[in-house]
Design a protein around this ligand. Structure first.
Ligand SMILES: [Zn+2]
Length: 421
């Protein structure tokens, strides 16, 4: 498998249909993989209608995984230029309710205040383990106390912030020094006139609003494809960008959705950093379990964080609301009894859409939301077999429709150990 980093620039405003808003006024702040693959398939039809074999290889045989595109615009010039991955903020992230966000860097103007972001996964994990051991209420609440109020202390006045902590969401990028910044999404409302169906002219008295993402916004995503398709895909993408035929999202007949896409080869995947992040995460959990005095400790803990929605079904084809040990066992080839889910922070979203290729609506499906987090215990210690199984899971994803970017996961995301407040 080859991995390409896609850099997408909006040349005109974008409107991406939100499944959460049936009225269609709101736009989502990311581009689903199926929207991207549909847009590229339509461009291919336009540019190379005679090349049916290439069309089938790129869009019909499900060999390419078209990624979700995340917003990648930053005020900070270094973060804007930097090409490291963009990731959705996990559901367990928290920040100050009043001054929410990653802290300012040294070279940033200090006219605004951000009190930093921390993660609550380990707190909740320890809470769940203590609960299993029927601990006293006082013991139970200890791990959760750290995220009741904002611990920020103003350097000049020496005064604490003490505002309540709140849920924090969005997309972020990490630089080589480990500093993090949240991607910005600039949107505005566009007003349109309704069209009279009979006359095809503006309908008197009908005006409506649409939220659109501003032109010049950047997006980022990682595409997976077999090595033998890399050349033809890159050539086609280049041609489509140069000819300015790629249109993403809705309102394409009204001039919305023009984008250019550049693809660069991603750095090669290294086993050592992967192993290190698994070990670091496990050590952090082990330390916390020891501190909390938990008796029954598993030899190995790992987290699964969803970087895109995941569609999972049980053997009876019912949608799963969680990653079950059984689903994990099926993907890793390891026994289900080896895994136990300690804690999870998840949500479910409805997935609708349109087959761009066939021009027909898709059946509605239900997915576990992007950013969902699962903490698992493994009854077997970390050995080569487990490393390999988890590495394959991260590199190939989980669940259905992975060719449309669903089911991307990150194992033991370092985000869960980081805190700047
Ligand atoms: Zn604060």
């Amino acid at each position: 498998m080859k991995r390409l980093h896609l850099r997408v620039t909006a040349l005109s405003p974008l409107a991406i249909r939100s499944d959460h808003a049936p009225q269609g006024v709101k736009t989502t702040h990311y581009v689903p993989g199926m929207t991207l693959s549909g847009a590229l398939a339509a461009s291919h039809r336009m540019l190379r209608p005679e090349q049916e074999e290439e069309f089938a290889a790129l869009f019909l045989q499900e060999r390419i995984s078209f990624p979700y595109l995340y917003p990648a615009s930053f005020q900070h010039p270094r973060f804007q230029k930097y090409q490291s991955p963009i990731m959705p903020v996990p559901k367990t992230a928290q920040s100050c309710k009043r001054f929410s966000g990653f802290p300012l860097l040294e070279d940033e103007e200090k006219d605004e205040e951000y009190h930093g972001v921390r993660d609550s996964l380990l707190d909740w994990g320890i809470f769940a383990m203590l609960n299993n051991e029927a601990s006293s209420i006082r013991e139970l609440l200890t791990p959760l106390r750290s995220h009741v109020t904002c611990p920020y202390i103003n350097e000049k006045t020496g005064k604490g912030c003490n505002h309540p902590m709140d849920h924090f969401s969005g997309f972020y990028r990490r630089n080589q020094a480990g500093q993090r910044k949240q991607a910005e999404v600039k949107t505005r409302l566009q007003t349109h006139t309704g069209i009279n169906r009979e006359w095809g002219t503006a309908q008197e008295g009908v005006l409506y609003n649409r939220e659109v993402i501003d032109e010049t916004m950047q997006f980022w995503g990682e595409l997976w494809l077999p090595a033998e398709l890399e050349r033809s895909f890159k050539q086609f993408l280049n041609e489509a960008s140069t000819e300015d035929v790629i249109r993403l999202g809705t309102g394409r007949t009204r001039g919305l959705g023009a984008v250019s896409i550049q693809a660069e080869e991603a750095p090669t995947w290294e086993p050592e950093p992967f192993k290190r992040k698994l070990t670091l995460f496990n050590e952090a959990v082990q330390k916390r379990t020891q501190e909390a005095g938990i008796q029954q400790r598993a030899p190995f803990y790992f987290a699964i964080t969803l970087h895109s929605p995941a569609i999972l079904c049980d053997p009876f084809l019912c949608y799963l609301k969680t990653i079950t040990p059984r689903a994990l066992a099926e993907r890793t080839g390891l026994p289900a009894h080896q895994f136990q889910c300690i804690y999870q922070s998840t949500g479910v979203q409805r997935i609708t859409g349109w087959y761009e290729v066939w021009g027909t609506p898709r059946t509605t499906e239900y997915a576990i939301e992007m950013g969902s987090v699962f903490l698992f215990a493994s009854s077997a210690p970390l050995d080569e077999e487990l490393i390999q199984a988890l590495a394959t899971l991260e590199q190939t994803g989980i669940g259905k429709r992975r060719n449309e970017g669903f089911g991307r996961v990150c194992i033991s995301d370092p985000f869960h150990l980081e805190a700047d407040c």
